[in-house]
Design a protein around this ligand. Sequence first.
Ligand code: IMP
Length: 185
Amino acid sequence: MKAITFASTNQSKFYEVESILAAKGIRAEFARLNLVEIQTDSLEQIAIEKARSAYALLQRPIIVEDDGLFVSALFGFPGQYSSYVFKTIGNDGILKLLEGKEDRSASFRSLVAYSDDGSNIHLFEGRVAGTISIKIAQGGWGYDPIFVPEGVSLTFAELKSMKNGYSHRKNALEKFAEWLAKDKI
Ligand code: IMP
């Protein structure tokens, strides 16, 4: 089985990556790295810079991921600021901002960046459309308790291990796995 290092501080994210890639015949190893996120409007640029720093530190084939939650009624906020917004106003704050709004549609984007030489960075994007729930569900991590993917009526948190069947992360990683199988092996 081919092995790839996934660099992140988020172990919950790693468990999802590990399971999604294992189904594609790729073994993911975890490197706990606190990669600096540059301030820019682009998830792509953030993922590219994270991949460069992860490769510089580890000197082996790596993947990193950058995500954003985009809420339509908030003009795409928190988007590329999702991490900061989660740490500050959190899920409670997002629900408060949506009070009285009819449109609760939102989407999650994942940008997976792969590099095996530190200079060529390959990007794979995954998206999932959905809505923001009325209440905060139990369990999950990050925005899992308030994001309901299209096609079901449960939040990512309530979907538990079934989350991987719907997630933005799965869409991005499947593209990566297909590319790797075609171009690299
Ligand atoms: P980051 O790119 O991993 O920093 O993600 C940005 C923010 O979105 C962080 O607060 C994450 O916790 C959150 N996030 C990313 N992916 C998910 C997910 O699959 N479920 C819930 N929250 C997520």
